[in-house]
Design a protein around this ligand. Structure first.
Ligand SMILES: Cc1cc2nc3c(=O)[nH]c(=O)nc-3n(C[C@H](O)[C@H](O)[C@H](O)COP(=O)(O)OP(=O)(O)OC[C@H]3O[C@@H](n4cnc5c(N)ncnc54)[C@H](O)[C@@H]3O)c2cc1C
Length: 356
């Protein structure tokens, strides 16, 4: 059977969800259970899982194109999926033991997510590791707090990072029910509350050597998997959000044709950046198009497009429940999520017009 095309699958979901009556505003605070089930039924969970583990093993460019279209349809769903995909990438690229989880993840029987940011972007100013690993006879004992985990309460297995006393790090696949592991209440966020993001606490959690995915080694996230901080996946989501804003701007333009020029300009910019991002995923990007510069450009585009929607929607857009209000809040997410210092610096330069 030919391999399905993620962009087509995601477009079909977008058209299905657009066709449904507008969901009331409170739904953005709830886990998107029905959209998630639609993704399972459409085979979206298989995109990232290798064929030998029951997935479709989609190539990187197809995968990104699908993620762009899914973020255009529903950013919360696409964001949860990105954390699931990051976990699956790590499992697929790691030691054989934990790979046994992949078939049940591909079929949607299980769910996985990551708690890794404390190894790269979160808490970097602290001298103490967020999660300390102490060697035991069978493996390691983990103690600490992971600040950000999306969908932790829904996970059957969590992909977590830990640091040894000597600074070496490892990744482990830890089943959700393991004694000592508790998922704290979700945080109240400016947007994307439906992602149920919050801390995970580890109080002497015992893991075995067989549960290690990668490491121990220095900077374990620099090897294996493709979805690191500021990766092309995060850029794809920002681009998808920019497209969602353009869709909304076009709706406004159907009533006021004077807006059509702006729609056209944003469309050209998004199409061009989409092309460059897909080329980058094929290893064909120009020297200027580093992952960091693409992420910074996509973030700016999402922010600008969301503000264009707000401007065009006027006061009505500022009222809670209007799509412009949600799109504007969601665009701010890209300023903080998986945003490495180099990207943050580029964005700050743009905001302040401060020369290098
Ligand atoms: C909605 C959402 C969901 C996420 N989901 C996940 C997930 O599922 N898995 C995952 O691994 N990651 C996740 N992340 C984390 C993300 O990838 C980033 O790591 C995170 O957003 C970085 O922000 P931080 O507040 O942790 O940064 P930090 O650098 O820890 O900053 C925290 C606070 O410390 C202050 N601070 C910064 N530097 C210093 C300093 N030098 N001295 C003193 N104070 C300082 C800052 O002002 C800030 O207020 C998520 C993030 C968000 C926003």
């Amino acid at each position: 059977m030919p391999r399905p095309v993620p962009r087509d699958q995601a477009t079909a979901l977008r058209l299905k969800w657009d066709g449904e009556p507008r969901r009331p505003q409170p739904d953005e605070h709830l886990w998107p259970a029905s959209a998630w089930e639609d993704c399972r039924a459409a085979g979206v969970f298989r995109w990232v899982v290798p064929p030998e583990a029951g997935g479709d093993g989609q190539p990187a460019d197809q995968l990104l194109d699908g993620c762009i279209e899914l973020a255009r349809a529903d950013l919360t769903v696409a964001f949860i999926l990105s954390q699931y995909q990051a976990a699956c990438h790590r499992l697929a690229a790691g030691h054989p033991g934990p790979r046994r989880y992949l078939p049940q993840l591909a079929s949607g029987e299980g769910f996985t997510t990551v708690g890794l940011s404390h190894l790269t972007t979160s808490r970097q100013y602290s001298t103490q590791p967020a999660v300390l690993a102490e060697p035991t006879a069978r493996g390691y004992r983990l103690t600490g707090s992971i600040p950000w985990v999306t969908g932790g309460r829904r996970a059957t297995v969590l992909i977590l990072g830990a640091t040894l006393g000597d600074g070496w790090q490892f990744l482990a696949a830890v089943p959700a029910g393991r004694p000592g592991l508790s998922v704290a209440a979700s945080m109240s966020l400016l947007a994307l509350n439906g992602s149920e993001t919050g801390p995970v606490e580890l109080d002497g959690v015992e893991i075995s050597e067989e549960e290690i995915i990668a490491g121990p080694q220095p900077q374990v996230l620099q090897t294996g998997g493709t979805a690191g901080t500021g990766s092309l996946t995060t850029t794809a989501l920002a681009l998808g959000h920019a497209l969602a804003c353009v869709d909304q701007l076009r709706k406004e333009a159907s009533l006021r044709p004077a807006l059509l020029d702006f729609v056209g300009t944003f469309e050209t910019d998004v199409d061009s950046l989409r092309h460059t991002v897909l080329q980058a995923s094929r290893g064909l990007a120009g020297p200027e198009d580093t992952a960091e510069s693409l992420r910074a450009r996509a973030t700016s585009l999402a922010l600008n497009a969301s503000q264009a929607v707000m401007t065009a929607s006027k006061g009505a857009g500022f009222v809670t429940g209007h799509p412009a209000s949600r799109l504007a809040r969601e665009a701010l997410f890209f300023l903080v999520w998986s945003c490495p210092q180099a990207v943050a610096t580029q964005l700050l330069r743009g905001f302040s017009q401060c020369e290098e």
